[in-house]
Design a protein around this ligand. Sequence first.
Ligand SMILES: [Zn+2]
Length: 602
Amino acid sequence: MSYLVLARKWRPKSFAEVVGQQHVLRALINGLDQNRLHHAFLFSGTRGVGKTTLARILAKSLNCEQGISSTPCGECQSCTEVDNGRFVDLIEVDAASRTKVDDTRELLDNVQYAPSRGRYKVYLIDEVHMLSTSSFNALLKTLEEPPPHVKFLFATTDPQKLPVTILSRCLQFNLRRLDLTQISEHLAFILQQEQIQFESEALTQLARAADGSMRDALSLLDQAIAFGGGEVSSDTIFQMLGSISQDQLTTLLDALLQQDAKALLTQAAELAALGRDFSVVLDLLLGALQQIATLQLVPDMDMPESLSPQLAELAKDFDPETIQLLYQIALNGKRDLSWAADPQSGFEMTLLRMLSFQPLTPSAPDTGDQTLKKSPSPSKPAVTSPPVSKAVSSEASPTSAREALKQANSGQDTVASPAAVPPAPEPAAEPVQQSASSAAIALNEPEPEPAAVQATEIDTETVTADTLISVDLSPANWTQIIAELKLSALTRQLAENSALIRTEQQAVHLSLSSELGHLATDKSRQRLQAALSKKLGQELKLVFADPTDNVQAGPTLAVERAEQAAEKQQRAVDAIQNDPAVEFIKNTFNARIIEQSIKPID
Ligand SMILES: [Zn+2]
């Protein structure tokens, strides 16, 4: 006995058996039962949604020997011949293979003759948009004055390509894609009839893969039955589609929530061992993240029954911005998957990247205030600038400027003690956090900077511009002002290595270490003096102290930068050494960190 594929065996033979498309069925049934029928019908819609099936049932309804009705008997000769594809007055044409005008002429030449057996001669032209322009013209003539015994049924996946003159002469029905429930319920029905064991989740997976097409779903089901040796289990389907179960998906999301790099990598390895398709897995992850995001924004939204209750729980635990971030990373990860050395490593890097760019939870170890700038987090409105401005508007008090910025950054609401000018924005934690990923495990380019961080920078700039004119030079703001001067190379070297001792009316007393004395040429001194005077809006005179005098001076920009670089380097080293993902890689591969290779990222 030969095996008849399910799509053919279970092709609906009556309108009652058709799944979905209720809007089309209602119109057809009414038309047939009231015998008010148009002479040309156009069924449009994506592949496998029932276009030709509906057309054949319509042809049967028109020609059943029991009379025209929406419920053809299915037993008379006409009905059985239509069902078996042998009815002489149903002329089926695949326009995709028959586009020449001669073919259409030949076809339409016979239109004039009465049907040989049935009531109507029915022309069913599939993929009608593929006809050539001259074929359309030939067809149009017939459509303008159709003989009463002729009906045209057109099917197309692409109605846009039909000439308007044809479209306007047809009654058009747009068939919809079938939803998950419609498909999986129909699959369950067929399997019950066929007495084949199945698991519901397997059918949901199949339905999802079918992407709205019942024919594709049935082909996949055929394949699954063959693959699973006569039964349809989730495991079989996951293997066949390279997909994963809801539980496995939830485990992944849970590890992301817990920021558990070890669990993530373990699961990736398991999925690889099972031969899962990581592109499909990323698709499922994207789907789950999208559902979580929807639940977070519209909690009372009707979600499909297939939604697992665990997702609803996760929607409560994740913060919405993190979900958006994870979605974007998953999307990029999917796009880049084919560029990765192999799919598994591409998938793993996507997961690790999701960890690297997530705001760390407050309980996470060893993060200190470094975490705060890392990425936008709704619970902490990230970097708040108002306290900085407040601090700056009062008069000078050297050491507290940085303190103020720090407190502002750490989200504390205390008004910092007054400060003259905020120092150059601290290279704070964000670069360090990124370096944690980039230095040690070579992540790709960093994601765009969080907007909040940029906001502070802008803020700092406007604040300094406003306040500097009225503020005197002091060791506290010296390096900041120097950093803002526009200077040529040599003068810049002089400026960066000079420290402020004090100011006395218009005189600015500076110190320069003796081994750098060569920087202080007449020209460079004049240029620095001019630049400073311009910057501060008053005529100043630079006085360099004798390097042998042991005077007390403030910091130089050069020293400060060196210190900052060292500090930044140390933070990068700390971040790498405390990174759980790095720790995991070290343990797994018996690896060690080459400390000199750690570089903070700007
Ligand atoms: Zn019949």
